[in-house]
Ligand binder design. Structure first.
Ligand code: BGC
Length: 367
């Protein structure tokens, strides 16, 4: 298992940047690096990966580096062969957001043989020694923010309850899923223990709550089943902990089909992540989920570009965490950014004023 405990992650938050002198990556090679980079993105069904792939490519090209860029569209074998072609073409750097975190060992070993520096992008690649850096957000904190939104919005601490909750988690092949899940579950821990919060389905483990491919349709089907099996006898459903906006919209669709009315007091509190336009619209209009977690992916792309640049220029990338992300072989030196909670109260400040989305894009529900 690669679970980090809360203490470790809290301990890591806000740690000042540390350097990795002596780690032997980059800068020590005699050959002058040119910055030639391969970018491998996992899917095009969620907005962020398409936007970030393009942003990374543009940033690196602006520095004068050559780039090859592919999106494996959820097919693990395609991601492996795309990365292999990049290695064959002679990339010096790989920036990879894995579809399945345990499937890249062999191709990354081939990359390492050729001296490629590998940066695990947002999702940690597991069970290989051949990952040099990891850049992401504080994934545990994402789950904490989501669960805290539910607790605050329902006033759980000040009311007697019990409150009925159902949990959804992400794809099992994505290492981030367990961090989102644990952050959420740990936040509810004492409330579950005291019985103030109850999970009527009894599905409290990561496996049964997981959502293959982070798919909204898969989530919709599971929500429908849960409603029919556990909520048909007038039992109220108060909240659904959802890890990602696409999943949240699937959950909301199932609720609506089962006669829950968005915007009314009886509609469950639903969380999310990624500040996708369609979800921010629902938050703004009060027509579905009431929260999302914003991760400024422009900042992540910028940070990772800076990692490549630092190595090309003979320096060392900035990291701020050396002891949280164990990939099964080692703690991968990491740079973790902060996620931000978004609701109807602060979406203008966080999303619009930062120019992540315009009001027009939000109203159109499309980035
Ligand atoms: C990312 C999330 C995203 C999810 C689905 C995770 O690895 O960290 O931001 O919502 O994948 O694409």
């Amino acid at each position: 298992m690669y679970l980090s405990r809360r203490g470790l992650l809290y301990g890591s938050a806000g740690v000042a940047a540390v350097s990795l002198s002596g780690c032997g990556i980059g800068g020590e090679d005699d050959k002058q690096l040119t910055g030639f980079t391969g970018i491998s993105m996992p899917t095009d069904t969620s907005e962020r990966w398409v936007i970030e792939g393009k942003a990374l490519e543009a940033n690196l090209k602006e520095l004068g580096y050559d780039v090859v860029h592919s999106n494996a569209k959820d097919v693990v074998e395609d991601q492996i062969s795309q990365i292999q072609s990049m290695v064959d073409e002679g990339v010096e750097f790989l920036i990879v957001a894995a579809i399945d975190n345990k499937s890249l060992g062999q191709v990354l070993a081939a990359a390492k043989d050729k001296g490629v520096t590998v940066i695990s992008y947002d999702r940690l690649i597991l069970e290989t020694p051949d990952v040099d850096y990891y850049a992401s957000f504080d994934n545990y904190q994402v789950g904490v923010l989501q669960a805290t939104h539910i607790i605050d919005r329902l006033g759980i601490r000040d009311n007697e309850g019990p409150f009925n909750l159902e949990i959804f988690s992400g794809d099992l092949g994505d290492n981030n899923s367990q961090y989102f899940f644990m952050g959420g579950l740990d936040t509810f821990e004492s409330l579950l223990y005291s019985g103030k919060v109850v999970i009527p389905s009894g599905q409290t483990e990561q496996d049964p709550t997981s959502t293959a491919g982070w798919s909204g349709d898969v989530a919709k089907e599971r929500m429908d089943t849960l409603i029919k099996e556990y909520y048909s006898d007038d039992r109220e459903l108060h909240a659904v902990l959802s890890p990602y906006d696409g999943i949240s919209r699937g959950i909301v669709a199932a609720l609506v089909e089962n006669d829950y009315e968005p915007g009314t007091a009886g509609f469950p509190v639903v969380t999310g992540q990624d500040a996708e336009a369609a979800s921010v619209k629902a938050i703004k209009d009060g027509t579905g989920q009431t929260e999302t977690v914003f991760k400024d992916t422009r900042q992540l792309a910028h940070t990772v570009t800076g990692m490549v640049q630092a190595i090309v220029e003979g320096g060392e990338p900035e990291v701020n965490d050396l002891g949280t992300y164990d990939n099964g072989f080692k703690f991968v030196p990491s740079l973790l950014l902060d996620p931000v909670d978004v609701t109807a109260e602060n979406y203008v400040e966080v999303i619009v004023e930062s120019e992540y989305l315009t009001e027009e894009q939000i109203d159109a529900g499309e980035a």
